[in-house]
Design a binder for this molecule. Structure first.
Ligand SMILES: NC(=O)c1ccc[n+]([C@@H]2O[C@H](COP(=O)([O-])OP(=O)(O)OC[C@H]3O[C@@H](n4cnc5c(N)ncnc54)[C@H](O)[C@@H]3O)[C@@H](O)[C@H]2O)c1
Ligand SMILES: [Zn+2]
Length: 376
């Protein structure tokens, strides 16, 4: 896939690999740069991959959840003990975090030890924050096992936990030292989780790369069937785009905001429907359709986007949720001085602008048009 970003983004033969792989991506952040290894079967090579990157700690802790741990904890071949937390968003909590500190003490971790986060975004965010905070910060390795974690949460260094008052209210930027995506583990991921991860993949096409969007359109059925070549390209291209954005704006003072495309309404849908009723990817699919309507893209481009979400098996509206409730939740999510959220809007497929104020009437109109004209 040649396109205008490839040359800068996908570095072949990157930072610390003995054997460079076609699909590897580097997140360029000066002396905190790191590799993302994307390869079927990579899990088995984890100790060797870590050694190649100079991660030789004598002591370490693998953090995983009950689902992923049962399937893959022993497959890594690491000699570190594992701390297994219950699967699910509820584990991104103060109680689980402090439980992990206990486990870290029990495992005898010191400042030179390594944490390995083996799981979806919950394990990655929580394990990453444990690594950021324990003894003022340990190195850690992300081993994402959900598609969402591979293409989004494991890359970019945002870590954290939830408070009862809201999601991700405690956190830190703490970049991993290595990210290892074993595409084979996607075979056990529940199909609904796979589709939710594809929502983020499609997002990268809309915000950054029209050619990638067209590739996803042409290959979505193969992706849903977990075709190895298609999955490898989709994960690698998504990671390369996220890496490019993060290396330009690590702490979200500007450009990184484009990764929130569709997320203002998406977060509101998750909150209003009650966490867990919509998966994150499902909620942002609707949020992206809304943002596209708000953007006033030409009808043919809107139709391409909505058709792609539908073909992926993602929802494009939530008719049971009331606009007033969603609107209120949107003000909590992101407030500008006037209390109106600022938006990431699409100029065309492959290009967005961020920090755009939108007036109240336009918001309501876009939501009404969404409910009225998209087929069930
Ligand atoms: N840090 C970031 O930049 C960032 C970005 C996006 C999302 N997030 C966070 O990520 C979290 C969501 O991540 P998620 O969607 O991966 O959820 P998750 O971690 O809850 O994983 C989803 C489910 O799939 C299971 N699972 C994961 N991999 C599996 C596999 N290979 N086989 C079988 N089952 C598997 C898990 O046990 C879980 O039940 C949220 O907390 C969100 O806030 C963070
Ligand atoms: Zn997201």
């Amino acid at each position: 896939m040649g396109n205008r970003h490839d040359a800068e983004l996908i570095e072949r033969g990157s930072l610390c690999m003995v054997q460079s792989q076609e699909m590897n991506v580097t997140v360029k952040l000066g002396d905190r740069s790191y590799d993302i290894v994307i390869e079927p079967g990579a899990l088995k090579k984890l100790p060797a991959l870590m050694a190649d990157c100079g991660l030789h700690a004598r002591k370490g802790l693998v953090i995983t959840d009950a689902n992923v741990g049962a399937l893959y904890a022993t497959a890594t071949g690491l000699s570190f003990p594992a701390a297994t937390i219950p699967a699910g968003e509820e584990s991104k909590s103060q109680a689980t975090l402090f439980h992990l500190y206990d486990e870290a003490i029990r495992a005898g971790l010191d400042r030179k030890s390594i944490i390995v986060a083996l799981g979806g975004g919950v394990v990655g965010d929580l394990g990453g924050y444990a690594a950021a905070s324990f003894m003022r910060g340990l190195k850690y390795v992300q081993v994402p096992t959900s598609l969402l974690a591979m293409v989004d949460s494991a890359v970019g260094g945002k870590t954290g936990i939830n408070l009862p008052q809201g999601k991700n209210l405690i956190g830190a930027f703490h970049q991993p030292s290595l990210v290892v995506c074993d595409l084979d583990v996607l075979k056990t991921l529940p199909p609904r989780e796979l589709r939710a991860g594809l929502a983020e993949v499609i997002k990268y096409g809309i915000i950054y790369d029209a050619e990638f969007f067209a590739y996803i359109e042409a290959n979505i059925d193969r992706a849903l069937a977990l075709d190895a070549e298609v999955m490898a390209h989709m994960v690698a291209r998504s990671c390369a785009i996220k890496a490019d954005v993060v290396s330009q704006d690590e702490t979200e003072t500007g450009l990184r905001a484009i990764l929130n495309f569709g997320h203002t309404l998406g977060h509101a849908i998750e909150a209003v429907a009650g966490y867990g009723n919509y998966l994150h990817g499902e909620a942002i699919a609707i949020g992206m359709v809304f943002a596209v309507r708000l953007s006033g893209l030409p009808a043919d481009q809107q139709a391409r986007i909505e058709t792609l979400f539908t073909r992926t098996g993602l929802p494009v509206k939530a008719p049971e949720l009331k606009w007033d409730d969603l609107r209120r939740a949107m003000s909590v999510d992101k407030k500008s001085e006037s209390g109106l959220p600022k938006f990431v809007l699409a100029k065309e497929i492959g290009r967005v602008e961020y920090g755009i104020p939108v007036d109240e009437a336009a918001l309501a109109k876009a939501y009404t048009s969404l409910l009225a004209s998209v087929p069930e």
